[in-house]
Design a protein around this ligand. Structure first.
Ligand code: NZQ
Ligand code: ZN
Length: 393
């Protein structure tokens, strides 16, 4: 086990009707002028936004509302919201929605606390984030884990780059998590969320670090739980118990717990971000599109690790490590398919790509050959290209 710091300060307020505790939670963390941000309208249609605004009013909190965050949230929208937030005099930012809304809330908090600074400099890593405003989350989709994570992901459509920035200042002060708020999710988004949660765990589980038993067991248990409840949730989107398990797993999959004491990999996330940046595909779907190719490309680095995954997560009993590893990859991909998730390029609306497009993806993912991705196998630009080629069928 490697040395680690575990810091997950977000107060989780979980269960039925917890959305009524929003104003009290904001006050607890010193908010009085609240900038409320939401997405394309699901929270308007469900009545959640109205309910939250009434809750703020009844508790004497001033607010300003901005809707319109798109999936794969845009830098341009966040910049615009920062200006409005500064003009309002915001002292607390509340996101009501999914990962895209929460990541935008984080960007607004950083921008408001640093007037005159272009927020993209925090994402391009030209500047580090030294101060921000407190952020709160009312979560409506179990997926990205942004409600407790230290990261935020934005897309810069001018440069075609989608990237994240990590800091403890990204960790929300509180997260309101009522599984009932997810009952309106379309099946596709449930599938995307389940696979994203699995991938936050797998992108940590496939690590070169050895001898990390407790973290491994936590990760394997989380994966088994999500897989089993995912099967139920796609058939019964209003199954409270299944959605509860998935929602809680979503937070734990990305607050650091499932990778403590180990080097992270996250190559699959990096490969996927390029597909979102180029084709505006939903995040979870980008991950399943490349995972099969990535797994087949890297498993020989340590077949025993993939065999452990196959045995402990999927109950595969094959004794030979290589065969068990391959079976584990196969059943994982079958599971993605069972959720109607894409597992190769031709499953996406954009279809099979030309070699030139794959080269462009590989250049961008490797920052024009200036970085490698992953740790289980460190992947160079040429490795990245090979993985995209394998997925391009
Ligand atoms: O915009 P609205 O109308 O709300 O609709 C959304 C959106 O179309 C819809 N939705 C959300 N809750 C709903 C609902 N529809 C009906 N009923 C509900 N209860 O779902 C769609 C997707 O929403 P989005 O917020 O984009 O989904 P998700 O939570 O998967 O977030 C994805 C974003 O998070 C980033 C991804 O890259 C992507 O940009 N990530 C953020 C991370 C972080 N901050 O730690 C880590 C992740 O790995 C990920 O990269
Ligand atoms: Zn993710």
């Amino acid at each position: 086990m490697q040395s680690f710091i575990q810091y997950s300060p977000t107060k989780v307020i979980f269960g039925r009707d917890t959305q009524y505790q929003t104003a009290a939670a904001i006050k607890e963390f010193g908010g009085s002028k609240v900038f409320v941000v939401y997405g394309g309208g699901s929270v308007v249609r469900s009545g959640l936004l109205d309910l939250i605004l009434t809750n703020l009013e009844e508790n004497g909190l001033e607010y300003r509302v901005k809707g319109g965050v798109k999936p794969n949230p845009r830098l341009s929208f966040a910049r615009e919201a920062v200006e409005e937030s500064i003009a309002f005099g915001t002292d607390f930012v509340l996101g009501v929605g999914g990962g895209s809304v929460l990541d935008t809330a984080k960007a607004i908090a950083h921008g408001t606390a640093n007037p005159g600074t272009d927020i993209w400099k925090f994402w391009s890593k030209e500047l580090s984030i030294e101060k921000s405003l407190p952020i709160g989350a009312v979560l409506t989709i179990p997926a990205a884990g942004s409600e407790t994570s230290d990261s935020a992901v934005l897309t810069n459509t001018d440069t075609g780059r989608k990237c994240g920035t990590s800091t403890d200042l990204n960790r929300p002060k509180f997260a309101i998590m009522n599984p009932e708020l997810t009952f309106t999710l379309p099946k596709y988004q449930i599938g995307c969320g389940i696979c994203d949660i699995m991938m936050h765990t797998l992108d940590r589980y496939f690590t070169p670090t050895k001898g990390n038993q407790l973290t491994d067991e936590i990760a394997e248990g989380l994966l088994r739980t999500v897989i089993a409840n995912g099967r139920i949730a796609v058939k019964e989107p209003d199954n409270y118990d299944a959605m509860s398990e998935i929602m809680w797993a979503g937070s734990l999959s990305h607050n650091g717990l499932t990778g403590l004491g180990a080097e992270k990999d996250f190559a699959v996330h990096q490969l996927g971000h390029e597909l979102s940046a180029m084709f505006d595909v939903a995040h979870g779907a980008t991950l399943t599109t490349v995972w099969d190719a990535w797994a087949h490309y890297v498993y020989r680095e340590d077949p025993a690790r993939f065999a452990q995954y196959a045995r402990n997560v999927w109950s595969i009993t094959i004794e030979d490590d290589e065969q068990a590893a391959l079976e584990g990859i196969k059943v994982t991909v079958d599971y993605f398919r069972s959720l109607d998730m894409p597992v190769k390029f031709s499953d996406l609306d954009v279809g099979v790509q030309t070699e030139a497009v794959l080269e462009k993806l590989a250049d961008s993912c490797s920052y024009n050959r200036t970085r490698q991705i992953g740790s289980f196998k460190k992947c160079s630009r040429d490795d990245i290209l090979e993985i995209y080629k394998m997925a391009n069928c």
